[in-house]
Design a protein around this ligand. Structure first.
Ligand code: GLN
Length: 447
């Protein structure tokens, strides 16, 4: 723990942590040490873990990196935090992220951007940018993030770690600040696949507090990371044969295909012709859900409150105007628009239908193939400020990650080493609902 505290101090300028839990982490470490000594320690004994600052931990501040929640102390713990602590993990602090997890560069945080440790002039990715850099710069062993449309996988790709998003419904979201509820999942950022497996077997599984969690039994993932019999991997052709794809990413992915073949797996290219619909469908649905989820931040129940308001309406208006940042406001307005009478059919309902088509197409492919493969991102980490004035360019960069989110399937971003400039490269694997075990086994044999 002392080592990690020191690493955090050394890398303070990267801005990965919103807060370090010196006291509670130290207390927990002492407790775990006693348990280790008398042989009662849990599965995660001594694992030092950081949590994204949208995951509640009783008695600790949680802000979603927003002015709206600055100073808010959570009265209860999320299920994921409960389960980590039950197995004797040590929670070292809360990590910077895009405001309310809306963004792909960590630049929308009220507490400032997170710097990529591979090149400090570049973004960490987002929205779980702090979670990625904390692992990249060895400020803790592993972190939790949330992934609505790529927020675990994309920053992991930009920082060279393993970013894992489970099936929708595998892990409880109780106590996780909602962005878009039909997409949000808790995921992990680690430097080894065995850590993913261990964390997942602790975190996954039914929860009385969250009815969207599947009641399926949870395998002991970490005990079964064995080599797989030959599998069929489908490369989504249009994602690779794509002019917008960075040539070094493409090259690294082509090399990874050879590696999968040498492990005995079969590679086939398949066409996926719905690529153009992914980003628009994702942003219509997520902004709609966000506008509804964020209505609770009204300056009365929660969050920042304007002190000069003279009527209830102006209290709402002023508190929200002051508390939310620009990107969050943009999304609330967009979401309110697509849900409004007269536009609902043309946007929200249409997007729901397209989501269904996308999901069906993916399920169809996953009847023939065991895995789908694509890039995680079209480019390596970009420069700070490069896209921050252009939301559409930023949204388009989510094209490869939102697919698994729309379909609700598990996906992992795996590191492929660095490019010439020293920036991490990556590849993404996806598989059918609740097939995490094979996804992790394949990843394990590959890395
Ligand atoms: N970049 C995507 C967005 O802004 C993904 C965010 C996320 O997964 N939380 O919506």
């Amino acid at each position: 723990l002392a080592y990690y505290f020191e690493q955090i101090a050394v890398h303070k300028h990267l801005n990965a942590f919103n807060e370090v839990f010196f006291d509670s982490a130290t207390q927990q470490a002492t407790l775990v040490q006693q348990k280790l000594a008398n042989g009662t320690a849990g599965k995660l004994a001594g694992m030092v873990i950081g949590i994204k600052d949208n995951i509640c931990y009783a008695g600790h501040e949680v802000t979603a990196s927003s002015k709206m929640l600055e100073g808010f102390i959570s009265p209860y713990s999320s299920t994921v935090v409960e389960r980590l602590l039950q197995e004797d993990a040590i929670i070292i602090g809360r990590l910077n992220c895009d405001e309310f997890a809306m963004g792909g560069s960590n630049e929308t945080s009220y507490f400032g951007a997170v710097k990529n440790a591979a090149d400090e002039a570049r973004v960490a990715g987002g929205s779980s940018g702090g979670s990625a850099v904390a692992v990249q710069a060895d400020m803790c062993l592993a972190t939790l993030g949330t992934d609505t449309g790529g927020s675990v996988r994309q920053p992991a790709a930009f920082c060279g770690n393993i970013g894992f998003k489970p099936t929708y419904g595998r892990i409880s979201r109780y106590g996780v600040i909602a962005y878009a509820s039909s997409f949000d999942q808790v995921g992990t950022l680690t430097s080894s696949v065995s850590d993913v497996a261990l964390l997942l077997e602790v975190l996954a599984g039914a929860d009385e507090e969250d009815s969207t969690v599947a009641t399926l039994a949870v395998p002991q993932y970490s005990q079964h990371l064995t080599l797989l019999a030959p599998k069929k991997i489908a490369v989504l052709r249009e994602t690779i044969d794509n002019e917008a794809l960075d040539p070094e990413i493409k090259q690294a992915i082509l090399a990874s295909l050879e590696q999968f073949k040498s492990l005995g797996h079969e590679i086939e290219y398949v066409s996926f012709n719905l690529l153009d619909y992914l980003v628009p469908t994702y942003y219509i649905l997520t902004t709609a859900e966000a506008s509804s989820n964020l209505s609770r931040f009204d300056g009365v129940h929660y969050g920042h409150r304007n002190t000069d308001a003279e009527s209830l309406n102006s209290l709402y208006k002023l508190s929200r105007a002051e508390g939310f940042g620009e990107e969050v406001k943009r999304r609330i307005m967009l979401g309110t628009f697509v849900l409004s009478a007269g536009y609902y059919d043309a946007y929200y309902q249409k997007a729901q239908q397209v989501r269904r088509l996308i999901r069906e197409k993916i399920e169809e492919l996953l009847k023939t193939y065991d895995f789908l493969l694509s890039p995680v991102t079209p480019t390596p980490a970009f420069k700070m400020g490069e896209h921050s004035q252009d939301p559409l360019v930023m949204y388009m960069a989510d094209i490869y990650t939102v697919l698994a989110s729309l379909a609700g399937i598990p996906a992992v971003a795996l590191p492929l080493g660095n490019n010439q400039a020293g920036l991490p490269l990556s590849v993404q694997l996806m598989t059918k609902h609740f097939n995490e075990q094979e996804l992790l086994s394949l990843s394990h044999s590959f890395l």
